[in-house]
Write a protein that binds this ligand. Structure first.
Ligand SMILES: Nc1nc2c(ncn2[C@@H]2O[C@H](COP(=O)(O)OP(=O)(O)OP(=O)(O)O)[C@@H](O)[C@H]2O)c(=O)[nH]1
Ligand SMILES: [Mg+2]
Length: 245
């Protein structure tokens, strides 16, 4: 696997940082929140078949740009962005996983402790929609019961090539208790909303007490100055500006 990554790098196929598993930041980061211009960290994963646009969605969300020639993800990639959720600054730590089957064993190890999961299919390729049950099974088995899963029908700009209707995907989402949006990583439509909707639901779960911040794998970290665990204090002071780490 490492040799494969090196080879891909040499061929210039990999443009974004590739992590070796034994040096993966997730093994050392422990979701610390310092220094702080945000109140919470939410861990997200993005899953779905290869080529559905997971990396492009992440790139559009973090950089507000579309990558027309995006290389296949090798293993996992990582991005962050701070966004405001119900008046609180929240840092999203987002793990973008490879859709290729050969990386499945590797990517499964990143599901643990995710507060949110974006499960993506391509509205122009029915096979990517048909595989959702398998992605959902993994997501359910490998995350905790409170993990918020949002289904994203990507490539909404390719209406003429549509192969999956909005209605059937909406029904699938409702039957499985998922949030749902169609989006386009190309135009940016609903990309912000996808990440935000999941974050709002996570925040709501914290507020109503259904998500315990003290639970080891809640996928949420409060900034250290806050009271430990329990309910969220919606009146807590906004963190100081000036640092985005
Ligand atoms: N028209 C259109 N093309 C898109 C969109 N999103 C992604 N693409 C294209 O689809 C291809 C695959 O996108 P990626 O983001 O690499 O797909 P991925 O899901 O990360 O694929 P893997 O890393 O292999 O799992 C690229 O050529 C993108 O330019 C979109 O919203 N609209
Ligand atoms: Mg990718």
């Amino acid at each position: 696997m490492i040799a494969e990554e090196e080879e891909s790098r040499k061929k210039g196929k990999v443009s974004i940082e590739v992590y070796r598993l034994d040096r993966h930041p997730d093994r050392s980061i422990k979701m610390t929140a310092a220094p702080y211009n945000y109140s919470y960290i939410f861990k997200y994963i993005i899953i779905g078949d290869m080529g559905v646009g997971k990396s492009c969605l992440l790139h559009q969300f973090t950089e507000k740009k579309f990558m027309a020639d995006c290389p296949h993800t090798i293993g996992v990639e990582f991005g962050t962005r701070i966004m405001e959720v119900n008046g609180q600054k929240v840092k999203l730590q987002i793990w973008d996983t490879a859709g290729q089957e050969r990386f499945r064993a590797v990517t499964r190890s990143y599901y643990r402790g995710a507060a949110g999961a974006l499960m993506v299919y391509d509205i122009t390729r029915r096979s990517t929609y048909n595989h959702l049950s398998s992605w959902l099974t993994d997501a359910r088995n490998l995350t905790n019961p409170n993990t918020v899963i949002i289904l994203i029908g990507n490539k909404g700009d390719l209406e003429a090539q549509r192969d999956v209707t909005y209605e059937e995907a909406k029904q699938f989402a409702e039957e499985n208790g998922l949030l749902f949006l169609e989006a386009s990583a190309k135009t940016g439509e609903n990309v912000e909303e996808a990440f935000l909707e999941a974050a709002k639901r996570i925040y709501q779960n914290i507020q109503d007490g259904s998500l315990d911040l003290n639970a080891a794998e809640s996928g949420v970290q409060h900034k250290p100055s806050a009271p430990q665990g329990g309910r969220l204090n919606a009146d807590s002071q906004p963190a100081k500006e000036g640092c985005s780490c």
